[in-house]
Design a protein around this ligand. Structure first.
Ligand SMILES: [Zn+2]
Length: 512
Protein backbone atom coordinates (compact mmCIF):
# COMPACT_ATOMS: atom_id res chain seq x y z
CA UNK A 1 0.00 0.00 0.00
CA UNK A 2 1.46 3.35 -0.96
CA UNK A 3 1.75 5.95 1.75
CA UNK A 4 -0.66 8.85 1.43
CA UNK A 5 0.91 12.16 0.59
CA UNK A 6 0.46 14.61 3.47
CA UNK A 7 -0.80 18.19 3.35
CA UNK A 8 -0.50 20.49 6.35
CA UNK A 9 -2.18 23.85 6.31
CA UNK A 10 -2.94 26.52 8.86
CA UNK A 11 -4.79 29.77 9.30
CA UNK A 12 -3.18 32.60 11.20
CA UNK A 13 -4.26 32.61 14.83
CA UNK A 14 -6.57 35.59 15.31
CA UNK A 15 -6.11 37.86 18.26
CA UNK A 16 -8.72 36.90 20.85
CA UNK A 17 -9.41 40.36 22.23
CA UNK A 18 -12.80 40.69 20.52
CA UNK A 19 -15.48 38.59 18.87
CA UNK A 20 -14.63 37.01 15.53
CA UNK A 21 -14.82 39.23 12.50
CA UNK A 22 -16.16 38.13 9.11
CA UNK A 23 -12.61 38.59 7.75
CA UNK A 24 -11.45 35.68 9.85
CA UNK A 25 -14.44 33.59 8.79
CA UNK A 26 -13.25 34.25 5.24
CA UNK A 27 -9.75 33.04 6.12
CA UNK A 28 -11.12 29.90 7.76
CA UNK A 29 -13.19 29.31 4.67
CA UNK A 30 -10.33 29.66 2.18
CA UNK A 31 -8.33 27.23 4.28
CA UNK A 32 -11.24 24.85 4.68
CA UNK A 33 -11.91 24.73 0.96
CA UNK A 34 -8.26 23.96 0.25
CA UNK A 35 -8.21 21.35 3.03
CA UNK A 36 -11.30 19.63 1.66
CA UNK A 37 -9.95 19.80 -1.88
CA UNK A 38 -6.67 18.22 -0.81
CA UNK A 39 -8.64 15.46 0.94
CA UNK A 40 -10.55 14.98 -2.31
CA UNK A 41 -7.15 14.55 -3.99
CA UNK A 42 -6.59 11.70 -1.56
CA UNK A 43 -4.06 13.40 0.70
CA UNK A 44 -3.66 13.00 4.42
CA UNK A 45 -4.61 16.53 5.43
CA UNK A 46 -3.93 18.22 8.76
CA UNK A 47 -5.63 21.57 9.25
CA UNK A 48 -4.75 23.78 12.21
CA UNK A 49 -6.37 26.94 13.48
CA UNK A 50 -6.38 28.58 16.89
CA UNK A 51 -6.27 31.81 18.85
CA UNK A 52 -3.55 34.16 20.03
CA UNK A 53 -4.32 35.06 23.63
CA UNK A 54 -1.27 36.95 24.81
CA UNK A 55 -0.19 40.56 24.51
CA UNK A 56 -0.77 43.97 25.94
CA UNK A 57 -3.96 44.76 24.08
CA UNK A 58 -5.86 41.76 25.40
CA UNK A 59 -4.79 42.58 28.95
CA UNK A 60 -5.97 46.14 28.49
CA UNK A 61 -9.32 45.12 27.03
CA UNK A 62 -9.92 42.62 29.81
CA UNK A 63 -9.25 45.33 32.40
CA UNK A 64 -11.60 47.74 30.66
CA UNK A 65 -14.30 45.11 30.79
CA UNK A 66 -13.59 44.41 34.45
CA UNK A 67 -12.69 40.81 33.72
CA UNK A 68 -9.73 38.64 34.61
CA UNK A 69 -7.54 38.20 31.57
CA UNK A 70 -7.63 34.39 31.77
CA UNK A 71 -11.43 34.31 31.70
CA UNK A 72 -11.63 37.00 29.06
CA UNK A 73 -9.24 35.18 26.74
CA UNK A 74 -11.02 31.88 27.29
CA UNK A 75 -14.39 33.44 26.56
CA UNK A 76 -13.20 34.96 23.29
CA UNK A 77 -11.36 31.86 22.18
CA UNK A 78 -14.54 29.87 22.72
CA UNK A 79 -16.25 32.16 20.24
CA UNK A 80 -13.62 31.34 17.61
CA UNK A 81 -14.08 27.63 18.25
CA UNK A 82 -17.82 28.16 17.88
CA UNK A 83 -17.30 30.09 14.64
CA UNK A 84 -15.32 27.23 13.10
CA UNK A 85 -18.03 24.86 14.23
CA UNK A 86 -20.95 26.88 12.88
CA UNK A 87 -19.25 27.49 9.54
CA UNK A 88 -18.62 23.75 9.14
CA UNK A 89 -14.85 24.22 9.11
CA UNK A 90 -12.99 20.91 9.00
CA UNK A 91 -9.99 21.81 11.18
CA UNK A 92 -8.18 18.98 12.99
CA UNK A 93 -6.99 21.04 15.93
CA UNK A 94 -7.48 24.40 17.61
CA UNK A 95 -4.52 25.74 19.56
CA UNK A 96 -4.63 28.49 22.17
CA UNK A 97 -1.36 30.20 22.97
CA UNK A 98 -2.15 30.13 26.71
CA UNK A 99 -2.20 26.34 26.71
CA UNK A 100 0.64 24.64 28.51
CA UNK A 101 1.52 22.56 25.43
CA UNK A 102 2.14 25.77 23.50
CA UNK A 103 3.93 27.76 26.20
CA UNK A 104 6.51 25.14 27.13
CA UNK A 105 7.27 24.35 23.49
CA UNK A 106 7.51 28.02 22.49
CA UNK A 107 10.15 28.31 25.21
CA UNK A 108 12.02 25.34 23.72
CA UNK A 109 11.89 27.06 20.35
CA UNK A 110 13.41 30.16 21.92
CA UNK A 111 16.17 28.06 23.46
CA UNK A 112 16.95 26.51 20.08
CA UNK A 113 17.34 29.96 18.50
CA UNK A 114 19.46 31.05 21.46
CA UNK A 115 21.66 27.98 21.00
CA UNK A 116 22.25 29.04 17.40
CA UNK A 117 23.58 32.34 18.76
CA UNK A 118 20.67 34.32 17.34
CA UNK A 119 19.30 35.96 20.47
CA UNK A 120 21.01 38.83 22.30
CA UNK A 121 20.09 41.63 24.72
CA UNK A 122 20.15 45.30 23.78
CA UNK A 123 18.87 48.64 25.03
CA UNK A 124 16.11 49.87 22.84
CA UNK A 125 13.98 52.93 22.54
CA UNK A 126 11.26 53.41 20.03
CA UNK A 127 7.78 54.54 19.21
CA UNK A 128 5.37 51.83 20.15
CA UNK A 129 1.78 51.47 18.97
CA UNK A 130 -0.23 49.42 21.46
CA UNK A 131 -2.90 48.78 18.83
CA UNK A 132 -0.39 47.19 16.46
CA UNK A 133 1.72 45.73 19.26
CA UNK A 134 4.68 46.91 17.23
CA UNK A 135 7.35 49.54 17.19
CA UNK A 136 6.90 52.15 14.50
CA UNK A 137 9.43 54.15 12.57
CA UNK A 138 8.79 57.79 11.63
CA UNK A 139 7.99 56.77 8.09
CA UNK A 140 5.24 54.41 9.27
CA UNK A 141 3.38 57.33 10.81
CA UNK A 142 0.93 59.76 9.26
CA UNK A 143 0.82 63.15 11.04
CA UNK A 144 2.69 61.54 13.91
CA UNK A 145 -0.02 58.90 14.34
CA UNK A 146 -0.32 55.22 13.54
CA UNK A 147 -2.51 55.23 10.41
CA UNK A 148 -4.19 51.96 11.38
CA UNK A 149 -5.18 53.14 14.84
CA UNK A 150 -5.22 56.90 14.44
CA UNK A 151 -3.26 57.18 17.69
CA UNK A 152 0.12 58.65 18.59
CA UNK A 153 2.55 55.89 19.52
CA UNK A 154 4.21 55.92 22.95
CA UNK A 155 7.95 56.46 23.34
CA UNK A 156 9.25 53.37 25.10
CA UNK A 157 12.78 52.74 26.35
CA UNK A 158 13.78 49.36 27.64
CA UNK A 159 16.25 46.55 27.48
CA UNK A 160 14.97 43.71 25.30
CA UNK A 161 16.09 40.56 23.66
CA UNK A 162 16.72 40.78 19.94
CA UNK A 163 16.60 38.18 17.22
CA UNK A 164 19.35 38.29 14.59
CA UNK A 165 17.07 38.58 11.60
CA UNK A 166 19.85 40.32 9.65
CA UNK A 167 21.91 37.14 9.81
CA UNK A 168 19.32 35.49 7.57
CA UNK A 169 19.40 38.12 4.84
CA UNK A 170 21.23 35.90 2.37
CA UNK A 171 19.46 32.62 3.09
CA UNK A 172 16.14 34.44 2.71
CA UNK A 173 17.21 35.97 -0.59
CA UNK A 174 18.20 32.51 -1.74
CA UNK A 175 14.80 31.16 -0.66
CA UNK A 176 12.92 33.89 -2.52
CA UNK A 177 15.01 33.53 -5.66
CA UNK A 178 14.78 29.77 -5.71
CA UNK A 179 11.09 29.52 -4.96
CA UNK A 180 8.98 32.12 -6.73
CA UNK A 181 5.83 30.56 -5.31
CA UNK A 182 7.03 30.90 -1.75
CA UNK A 183 4.61 33.77 -1.31
CA UNK A 184 1.31 33.68 -3.15
CA UNK A 185 0.03 35.68 -4.98
CA UNK A 186 2.79 37.23 -7.07
CA UNK A 187 1.95 40.79 -5.97
CA UNK A 188 2.52 39.83 -2.32
CA UNK A 189 5.70 37.99 -3.24
CA UNK A 190 6.99 41.15 -4.90
CA UNK A 191 6.16 43.29 -1.85
CA UNK A 192 8.06 40.93 0.42
CA UNK A 193 10.98 40.58 -1.94
CA UNK A 194 11.32 44.37 -2.08
CA UNK A 195 11.30 44.64 1.71
CA UNK A 196 13.90 41.89 1.83
CA UNK A 197 16.09 43.60 -0.75
CA UNK A 198 16.02 46.85 1.22
CA UNK A 199 17.80 45.00 4.04
CA UNK A 200 16.56 43.32 7.22
CA UNK A 201 17.29 44.60 10.70
CA UNK A 202 17.37 42.61 13.92
CA UNK A 203 14.09 42.72 15.78
CA UNK A 204 13.07 42.99 19.36
CA UNK A 205 11.43 39.79 20.59
CA UNK A 206 10.74 40.48 24.25
CA UNK A 207 9.22 43.02 26.63
CA UNK A 208 9.90 43.67 30.25
CA UNK A 209 7.52 41.74 32.47
CA UNK A 210 6.52 45.01 34.15
CA UNK A 211 5.17 46.38 30.88
CA UNK A 212 3.77 43.11 29.67
CA UNK A 213 2.83 40.77 32.48
CA UNK A 214 0.64 38.69 30.14
CA UNK A 215 2.84 36.46 28.03
CA UNK A 216 5.27 33.57 27.98
CA UNK A 217 8.33 34.11 30.21
CA UNK A 218 11.67 34.24 28.42
CA UNK A 219 13.57 31.08 29.36
CA UNK A 220 16.21 31.88 31.96
CA UNK A 221 15.10 35.49 32.50
CA UNK A 222 12.01 35.97 34.63
CA UNK A 223 12.08 39.73 34.10
CA UNK A 224 11.26 39.41 30.39
CA UNK A 225 8.29 38.10 28.44
CA UNK A 226 8.27 36.93 24.84
CA UNK A 227 7.08 39.48 22.37
CA UNK A 228 3.94 38.49 20.58
CA UNK A 229 5.33 37.22 17.25
CA UNK A 230 8.00 35.01 18.74
CA UNK A 231 5.22 33.48 20.80
CA UNK A 232 2.41 33.37 18.24
CA UNK A 233 4.24 32.16 15.14
CA UNK A 234 5.57 29.09 16.86
CA UNK A 235 2.00 27.74 17.23
CA UNK A 236 2.40 26.13 13.82
CA UNK A 237 4.95 23.72 15.24
CA UNK A 238 3.97 23.62 18.92
CA UNK A 239 0.55 22.26 17.92
CA UNK A 240 2.39 19.39 16.23
CA UNK A 241 4.29 18.58 19.39
CA UNK A 242 7.58 20.34 18.66
CA UNK A 243 10.39 19.41 21.05
CA UNK A 244 8.69 16.82 23.24
CA UNK A 245 6.13 14.76 21.32
CA UNK A 246 7.10 15.01 17.68
CA UNK A 247 4.97 12.31 16.09
CA UNK A 248 2.73 14.79 14.29
CA UNK A 249 5.62 17.12 13.57
CA UNK A 250 7.53 14.36 11.81
CA UNK A 251 4.46 13.42 9.84
CA UNK A 252 3.19 16.84 8.77
CA UNK A 253 5.98 19.42 9.00
CA UNK A 254 6.88 21.44 6.93
CA UNK A 255 3.59 23.21 6.35
CA UNK A 256 2.34 23.08 2.79
CA UNK A 257 0.60 26.42 3.27
CA UNK A 258 0.19 29.07 5.92
CA UNK A 259 -2.97 30.99 5.00
CA UNK A 260 -2.85 34.56 6.29
CA UNK A 261 -4.20 38.06 5.77
CA UNK A 262 -1.95 40.32 3.74
CA UNK A 263 -1.36 42.66 6.72
CA UNK A 264 0.75 40.06 8.55
CA UNK A 265 2.63 38.83 5.51
CA UNK A 266 5.97 40.30 6.59
CA UNK A 267 6.03 38.29 9.80
CA UNK A 268 5.19 35.07 7.99
CA UNK A 269 7.29 35.47 4.87
CA UNK A 270 10.44 36.97 6.40
CA UNK A 271 10.56 36.56 10.17
CA UNK A 272 9.10 33.05 10.45
CA UNK A 273 11.43 31.39 7.90
CA UNK A 274 14.38 33.01 9.66
CA UNK A 275 13.14 31.72 13.02
CA UNK A 276 12.78 28.24 11.57
CA UNK A 277 16.27 28.27 10.09
CA UNK A 278 17.58 29.38 13.44
CA UNK A 279 15.78 26.54 15.22
CA UNK A 280 16.93 24.05 12.60
CA UNK A 281 13.50 23.27 11.17
CA UNK A 282 12.41 22.97 7.56
CA UNK A 283 10.69 25.91 5.91
CA UNK A 284 7.01 26.03 4.93
CA UNK A 285 6.34 25.54 1.24
CA UNK A 286 4.08 28.50 0.82
CA UNK A 287 2.71 31.59 2.50
CA UNK A 288 -0.68 32.31 0.92
CA UNK A 289 -1.83 35.84 1.66
CA UNK A 290 -5.44 36.68 0.92
CA UNK A 291 -6.99 40.11 0.55
CA UNK A 292 -9.57 41.95 2.59
CA UNK A 293 -13.29 42.05 2.43
CA UNK A 294 -15.34 45.22 2.17
CA UNK A 295 -19.09 45.58 2.68
CA UNK A 296 -21.37 47.57 0.40
CA UNK A 297 -18.29 49.02 -1.27
CA UNK A 298 -16.67 50.36 1.90
CA UNK A 299 -14.24 49.25 4.55
CA UNK A 300 -16.28 47.74 7.39
CA UNK A 301 -16.57 49.99 10.42
CA UNK A 302 -18.86 50.38 13.38
CA UNK A 303 -19.43 54.06 12.61
CA UNK A 304 -20.67 53.30 9.08
CA UNK A 305 -22.68 50.41 10.50
CA UNK A 306 -21.73 48.00 7.72
CA UNK A 307 -19.95 45.42 9.87
CA UNK A 308 -21.00 41.90 8.93
CA UNK A 309 -21.34 39.57 11.89
CA UNK A 310 -20.28 36.07 10.83
CA UNK A 311 -22.72 34.44 13.26
CA UNK A 312 -25.66 36.60 12.25
CA UNK A 313 -25.33 36.28 8.47
CA UNK A 314 -25.75 32.51 8.60
CA UNK A 315 -28.99 32.84 10.51
CA UNK A 316 -30.41 34.89 7.63
CA UNK A 317 -29.07 32.79 4.76
CA UNK A 318 -28.18 29.11 4.44
CA UNK A 319 -24.56 28.61 5.48
CA UNK A 320 -23.61 26.93 2.23
CA UNK A 321 -24.94 29.82 0.17
CA UNK A 322 -22.75 32.19 2.22
CA UNK A 323 -19.75 29.89 1.74
CA UNK A 324 -20.53 29.82 -1.97
CA UNK A 325 -20.89 33.57 -2.28
CA UNK A 326 -17.62 34.36 -0.52
CA UNK A 327 -15.61 31.80 -2.48
CA UNK A 328 -17.23 32.86 -5.77
CA UNK A 329 -17.01 36.63 -5.27
CA UNK A 330 -13.81 37.25 -3.32
CA UNK A 331 -10.79 36.10 -5.29
CA UNK A 332 -8.00 34.93 -3.03
CA UNK A 333 -5.43 37.22 -4.62
CA UNK A 334 -7.42 40.42 -4.25
CA UNK A 335 -9.89 42.35 -2.12
CA UNK A 336 -13.58 41.70 -2.64
CA UNK A 337 -16.92 43.16 -1.70
CA UNK A 338 -20.04 41.83 -0.03
CA UNK A 339 -23.35 43.52 -0.61
CA UNK A 340 -26.88 42.35 0.08
CA UNK A 341 -27.88 42.90 -3.53
CA UNK A 342 -24.91 41.09 -4.95
CA UNK A 343 -25.52 38.25 -2.54
CA UNK A 344 -29.15 37.87 -3.58
CA UNK A 345 -28.27 38.12 -7.27
CA UNK A 346 -25.65 35.39 -6.97
CA UNK A 347 -27.93 33.26 -4.85
CA UNK A 348 -30.81 33.43 -7.29
CA UNK A 349 -28.73 33.15 -10.46
CA UNK A 350 -26.16 30.51 -9.49
CA UNK A 351 -27.83 28.52 -6.74
CA UNK A 352 -31.62 28.77 -7.12
CA UNK A 353 -31.81 29.01 -10.93
CA UNK A 354 -28.51 27.33 -11.71
CA UNK A 355 -27.55 24.42 -9.53
CA UNK A 356 -30.84 23.95 -7.65
CA UNK A 357 -33.05 24.20 -10.70
CA UNK A 358 -30.94 21.88 -12.84
CA UNK A 359 -30.92 19.22 -10.15
CA UNK A 360 -34.64 19.45 -9.62
CA UNK A 361 -35.45 19.57 -13.32
CA UNK A 362 -33.35 16.53 -14.19
CA UNK A 363 -34.50 14.41 -11.30
CA UNK A 364 -38.18 15.27 -11.76
CA UNK A 365 -37.91 14.12 -15.37
CA UNK A 366 -36.27 10.90 -14.26
CA UNK A 367 -39.24 10.36 -11.96
CA UNK A 368 -41.72 11.24 -14.69
CA UNK A 369 -40.22 9.46 -17.67
CA UNK A 370 -38.00 6.73 -16.26
CA UNK A 371 -39.92 5.36 -13.31
CA UNK A 372 -37.63 7.20 -10.89
CA UNK A 373 -34.56 5.19 -11.85
CA UNK A 374 -31.42 6.46 -13.53
CA UNK A 375 -31.98 5.11 -17.06
CA UNK A 376 -29.78 2.89 -19.22
CA UNK A 377 -27.82 4.50 -22.00
CA UNK A 378 -27.81 3.38 -25.65
CA UNK A 379 -25.74 6.06 -27.35
CA UNK A 380 -23.06 7.83 -25.43
CA UNK A 381 -22.61 11.52 -26.03
CA UNK A 382 -18.88 11.58 -26.65
CA UNK A 383 -18.87 15.30 -27.17
CA UNK A 384 -20.24 15.94 -23.69
CA UNK A 385 -17.89 13.42 -22.09
CA UNK A 386 -14.92 14.96 -23.85
CA UNK A 387 -15.99 18.48 -22.92
CA UNK A 388 -16.18 17.46 -19.30
CA UNK A 389 -12.91 15.55 -19.22
CA UNK A 390 -10.82 17.83 -21.44
CA UNK A 391 -12.12 21.27 -20.54
CA UNK A 392 -14.23 21.44 -17.40
CA UNK A 393 -12.22 19.19 -15.08
CA UNK A 394 -8.77 20.53 -16.07
CA UNK A 395 -9.98 24.10 -15.65
CA UNK A 396 -11.55 23.26 -12.28
CA UNK A 397 -8.44 21.52 -10.97
CA UNK A 398 -5.96 24.06 -12.30
CA UNK A 399 -7.80 26.79 -10.43
CA UNK A 400 -8.40 24.82 -7.24
CA UNK A 401 -4.68 23.99 -7.11
CA UNK A 402 -3.73 27.67 -6.92
CA UNK A 403 -6.42 29.05 -4.57
CA UNK A 404 -8.56 30.45 -7.39
CA UNK A 405 -11.77 29.01 -5.99
CA UNK A 406 -13.70 31.83 -7.68
CA UNK A 407 -12.62 30.62 -11.10
CA UNK A 408 -13.16 26.96 -10.24
CA UNK A 409 -16.76 27.80 -9.29
CA UNK A 410 -17.13 29.83 -12.45
CA UNK A 411 -16.14 26.70 -14.35
CA UNK A 412 -18.83 24.73 -12.51
CA UNK A 413 -21.41 27.37 -13.46
CA UNK A 414 -20.30 27.12 -17.06
CA UNK A 415 -20.95 23.40 -17.01
CA UNK A 416 -24.35 23.87 -15.35
CA UNK A 417 -25.29 26.28 -18.14
CA UNK A 418 -24.12 23.70 -20.66
CA UNK A 419 -26.43 21.09 -19.11
CA UNK A 420 -29.35 23.51 -19.09
CA UNK A 421 -28.68 24.22 -22.74
CA UNK A 422 -28.78 20.51 -23.55
CA UNK A 423 -32.26 20.32 -22.05
CA UNK A 424 -33.55 23.38 -23.91
CA UNK A 425 -32.06 22.11 -27.19
CA UNK A 426 -33.33 18.56 -26.98
CA UNK A 427 -36.70 19.23 -25.31
CA UNK A 428 -37.16 15.84 -23.66
CA UNK A 429 -40.88 16.55 -23.07
CA UNK A 430 -41.39 16.78 -26.86
CA UNK A 431 -39.30 13.66 -27.45
CA UNK A 432 -41.48 11.84 -24.89
CA UNK A 433 -44.66 12.98 -26.65
CA UNK A 434 -43.28 11.59 -29.89
CA UNK A 435 -42.54 8.32 -28.15
CA UNK A 436 -38.76 8.60 -28.53
CA UNK A 437 -38.19 7.07 -25.12
CA UNK A 438 -34.68 5.77 -25.86
CA UNK A 439 -33.56 9.28 -26.65
CA UNK A 440 -35.16 10.61 -23.49
CA UNK A 441 -33.36 7.93 -21.51
CA UNK A 442 -30.05 8.73 -23.15
CA UNK A 443 -30.37 12.42 -22.37
CA UNK A 444 -31.44 11.89 -18.77
CA UNK A 445 -28.69 9.36 -18.18
CA UNK A 446 -26.09 11.89 -19.30
CA UNK A 447 -27.65 14.60 -17.18
CA UNK A 448 -27.67 12.39 -14.08
CA UNK A 449 -24.01 11.53 -14.54
CA UNK A 450 -23.27 15.22 -15.14
CA UNK A 451 -25.00 16.08 -11.87
CA UNK A 452 -22.75 13.60 -10.10
CA UNK A 453 -19.70 15.40 -11.50
CA UNK A 454 -21.10 18.76 -10.43
CA UNK A 455 -21.72 17.40 -6.93
CA UNK A 456 -18.06 16.30 -6.70
CA UNK A 457 -16.80 19.67 -7.89
CA UNK A 458 -18.81 21.70 -5.39
CA UNK A 459 -17.94 19.44 -2.47
CA UNK A 460 -15.04 21.51 -1.05
CA UNK A 461 -17.22 24.64 -0.97
CA UNK A 462 -20.68 23.18 -0.29
CA UNK A 463 -20.21 19.72 1.22
CA UNK A 464 -23.79 19.33 2.44
CA UNK A 465 -25.36 20.38 -0.84
CA UNK A 466 -23.01 18.03 -2.66
CA UNK A 467 -24.10 15.16 -0.46
CA UNK A 468 -27.78 16.02 -0.92
CA UNK A 469 -27.34 15.77 -4.69
CA UNK A 470 -25.50 12.46 -4.44
CA UNK A 471 -28.22 11.09 -2.16
CA UNK A 472 -30.94 12.22 -4.56
CA UNK A 473 -29.05 10.42 -7.32
CA UNK A 474 -29.43 7.29 -5.22
CA UNK A 475 -25.73 7.10 -4.40
CA UNK A 476 -24.17 6.06 -1.12
CA UNK A 477 -22.36 9.17 0.10
CA UNK A 478 -19.91 7.25 2.29
CA UNK A 479 -18.88 5.09 -0.65
CA UNK A 480 -18.47 8.12 -2.90
CA UNK A 481 -16.37 9.90 -0.26
CA UNK A 482 -14.01 6.97 -0.09
CA UNK A 483 -13.12 7.25 -3.77
CA UNK A 484 -10.16 9.13 -5.19
CA UNK A 485 -10.72 12.20 -7.29
CA UNK A 486 -9.34 10.47 -10.37
CA UNK A 487 -12.01 7.84 -9.92
CA UNK A 488 -14.71 10.40 -9.20
CA UNK A 489 -13.92 12.53 -12.20
CA UNK A 490 -14.02 9.73 -14.74
CA UNK A 491 -17.22 9.09 -16.65
CA UNK A 492 -18.95 6.06 -15.18
CA UNK A 493 -22.24 4.24 -15.39
CA UNK A 494 -22.51 3.51 -11.73
CA UNK A 495 -25.67 5.50 -11.41
CA UNK A 496 -27.63 3.39 -13.87
CA UNK A 497 -30.59 1.75 -12.20
CA UNK A 498 -30.26 3.79 -9.04
CA UNK A 499 -33.53 4.80 -7.50
CA UNK A 500 -33.80 8.56 -7.25
CA UNK A 501 -34.07 9.71 -3.64
CA UNK A 502 -36.76 12.03 -2.39
CA UNK A 503 -36.67 15.29 -4.32
CA UNK A 504 -36.04 18.41 -2.28
CA UNK A 505 -35.39 21.92 -3.53
CA UNK A 506 -31.76 22.79 -2.72
CA UNK A 507 -31.99 26.58 -2.73
CA UNK A 508 -35.46 28.17 -2.79
CA UNK A 509 -35.29 31.61 -4.41
CA UNK A 510 -34.73 34.68 -2.26
CA UNK A 511 -37.09 37.64 -2.54
CA UNK A 512 -35.37 40.94 -3.24
ZN1 LIG B 1 -1.26 50.93 15.27
Amino acid sequence: MSKKEKFYLTTAIPYANASPHIGFALELLYTDVMARYQRLLGKDVYFLTGADEHGQKILKTAKEKGMGVVDFAAQNSAEFVNLADQWNISNNDFIRTTEERHMSRAQEFWKAAEKSGDIYKKKYSGLYCVGCEAYKTEKDLVDGKCPDHNKEPELIEEENYFFKLSKYQEPLEFLFEKNKDFVYPQSRYNEMYNILKSGLEDISISRSKEKLPWGIPVPGDETQVMYVWFDALTNYVTALGYSDDEKLLKKYWPADAHVIGKEINRFHSLMWPAMLMSAGLELPKQIAAHGWMTAEGQKMSKSIGNVINPFEIITRYPLESVRYFLMREIPFDNDGDYSENKFKDRFNADLANGLGNLTNRVLSMVVKYCDGKVPKVQNKNDELIKYLSDEIWPSYRKNMDVWRFDRALETVSKFITHCDQMISDKKPWSMAKEGKMNEVSDLLYHLCESLRHIAVMIWPVMPETSEKILTQLGLDVAKENAKSLDELQSWVELTVGNKIGELQPLFPRLEK
